[in-house]
Design a protein around this ligand. Structure first.
Ligand SMILES: *Cc1c(COP(=O)(O)O)cnc(C)c1O
Length: 400
């Protein structure tokens, strides 16, 4: 049972891990678990990666935190690396995905006001997830995340995902819109991948209307989708992009990247974060970027993810209740026609960590980018077998 001293914000499984190595986690009794979730797309380099461990230990021994009132060379280095990798010009650092998105939302509002819009609005998507702060939960397209926290932050206009005509209608009818914020692949919704020309159509619409195209790559970023950012597979640049999760392999960090003309809307005093981009977090992130590049892990994510989706489709071919098996890089979704929430606990019992999301209908796999072929094979094998058992089980069929 979870401690009564903790606020009851998570339905936790009854397992505690003591240490990790690569794609494996170990509990205090020595049981091992193959991690096909990576702490929700955070530990892309797996657990206790030597390069990250070294960077953190050396930096901790030297200097953990100073303040953004002073120059932080590691933060400057990291910003330069990220701008090179992304095609953006400037970076703001916070400590989480929500904080990165808050910065993006504030940039959009500055942009709107500059255009003379009194109450600037941002288009956001149904089933999106952008975080748990008041502004980001207001942007989130999930009533469950919002319920009880009203009044929500105003200035968001909701649109269906992967529907360019709906966006064009909003563009024709709403003169207050100044930006659009979306995930290039919806993660929490269950790895929902839009049609291949959707982002390009949004880029064109934003250019026509003077809207900022803002991409939330908190989950898709840092190599997970097969390229550093998912938009890099679409031959375009957004105006603003946010990331967090995989950036420092578990050390809290968030980043909001923007093009010069947007970033320059901020000035000293207009935004901040006490330990955003501190030396410790930046040292960890730099080690992550080095490793992603040196070890070819982005290409590896694309290749391994493609293989896993193909293998899952083969193993699960003809299995009842499965609607779709899809993926992009190492974001993989297996969609069912009814809730299969129990799969996460059953998989844990079998020694594999997975996640069920999208209203309980979708198994989401986010394995570390360092997963080897044997481990990937094991993930596919155990998960497929378990799905076939659960789907063949009377409980599920009776429910349907
Ligand atoms: C996880 C996530 C967030 C929120 O990140 P936190 O670090 O939990 O604040 C925002 N957007 C997306 C797409 C996410 O997956």
């Amino acid at each position: 049972m979870a401690s009564k001293a903790l606020m009851n914000t998570y339905a936790r499984m009854s397992v505690a891990f003591e240490r990790g190595e690569g794609a494996w986690l170990y509990d205090a009794d020595g049981n091992k678990f193959l991690d096909a979730l990576s702490g929700i797309a955070v530990c892309g380099l797996g657990h206790a990666h030597p390069a990250v461990t070294r960077a953190i230990s050396e930096q901790a021994a030297q200097l953990i935190h100073t303040s953004n009132l002073y120059t932080i060379p590691l933060q400057e280095q990291l910003a330069e690396r990220l701008t090179e990798l992304s095609g953006m010009d400037q970076v703001f650092f916070g400590n989480s995905g929500a904080e990165a998105n808050e910065a993006a939302i504030k940039l959009a509002r500055l942009h709107g006001h500059k255009q003379g819009i009194n109450k600037p609005a941002i288009v956001v998507m149904e089933q999106s997830f952008h975080g748990r702060t008041l502004a980001t939960l207001s942007a989130t397209g999930n009533r469950k995340a919002q319920a009880g926290f009203e009044p929500l932050v105003s200035g968001f206009v909701r649109a269906p995902f992967d529907d360019i005509r709906a966006l064009e209608q909003i563009a024709d009818n709403n003169q207050d819109v100044c930006a659009i914020l979306l995930e290039p692949i919806q993660g929490e919704a269950g790895v929902r991948i839009p049609s291949s020309d959707y982002l390009r159509q949004i880029r064109d619409l934003c250019d026509r209307k003077g809207w900022l195209m803002m991409l939330d790559e908190v989950q898709t970023g840092n190599g997970r989708s097969g390229t550093f950012f998912a938009y890099q597979q679409h031959n375009l640049l957004p105006d603003v992009v946010t990331t967090a999760k995989g950036l420092a392999n578990g050390v809290p960090i968030g980043a909001c990247l923007a093009r010069n003309d947007v970033a320059s809307l901020m000035g000293p005093g207009s935004h901040g974060s006490t330990y955003g981009g501190n030396p410790l977090a930046c040292a960890a992130a730099l080690a992550v970027l080095d490793t992603l590049e040196q070890d070819g892990l982005m290409a590896r994510a694309a290749e391994l993810g493609g293989w896993m989706v193909a293998a899952l489709r083969e193993e699960l071919d003809g299995t009842e209740h499965i609607r779709d098996i899809r993926g992009k890089g190492l974001m993989i979704g297996i969609e069912f026609d009814q809730p299969i929430t129990e799969l996460a606990v059953l998989a844990k019992v079998k020694g594999i960590l997975i996640n069920v999301t999208g209203g309980g209908h979708i198994v989401r796999l986010l394995p570390p980018l360092i997963t080897n072929d044997t481990e990937a094979n094991l993930m596919v094998g155990v998960i497929s077998k378990l799905i076939k058992i659960v789907v063949g089980d009377d409980r599920l069929n009776r429910r349907g």
